[in-house]
Unconditional design. Sequence first.
Length: 306
Amino acid sequence: ESQWVTWSAYACMGYLWMGVVTFMHDCTHQVLFDRKWKNWVFGIFSTVPIFVTFIAFKEDHLEHHRHNRSPKDPDAFTMGERKLGDFVLFYAYMLIGVALTVIQFNFIYPFQAFRGRKLWIHMGELAARVAVYSALIVWTSRLGVRSEFLAVWLIPAGFFSIFNSIRFIAEHYGAPWDAGQLRGTRTIISNPVNSFFWNNINYHIGHHVYPAVPWYNLQKLHAAMLPAIEAEGALVEKSYLRVFVRACWEGPETVERNEAQLAASCVLEGRSALRSPDPIAHSPSGTLAGAGAALPITGALSGKAA
């Protein structure tokens, strides 16, 4: 067998896992299915291969939406003081992001944030995963294909980790700090292949401003929001890889460095760095208060009655 074919297949599998994860991501916002329980079932099922519990991902992600690019954002690890630990964490995520994600979502975040019912659900999900993983390993061992099973599972997970790190970094790195949803997020136009297989998650500004809009309407939402995006000078770029390479070169952020870079960018583009407060402000609910008034998008894009 050709090693090129084998490893290309592994890479493709890791790439396609991103599509499953972005569907799971829609479940955290209760928009993949109309029924809440269906979102939970798919969410739990789809997170089994990536070693994290759905409830941990869901609660962390909704908190990220509530506090996007602010001191309370649990995902804003790229912002710090550029000390040794900041550099280690930043570049470790680039290389072994999935391993750090497993630690964060299975142990650190749940035991910091969960109490009572949520903690019991998390522990139940963990127990179920241990049972499933153990059963699969025992079963494939008896069949004599354990090595092949682990290769088909874990090697694509490594490629998935790389793709996921590229996507994750590009969505917010370098965006204005503590500036709300619209300006604190980046849309990557990318290409039709990524948009199709990653379920339009690259149109990330629209998703942050209107998280109730499902994946299949995010391109339409981007077109409808484009005047507001341009008026606010929000970040829209063409390439995931370009943003990722720039982030690798520049390293972890600081608030002062972020402000200086944005001011320099504004000078080069001939626009003001001083803007009125983002009309799409942080909301305690995880949806975005005032969004409908600020940007008159109809309920048709959400797939629900207006």
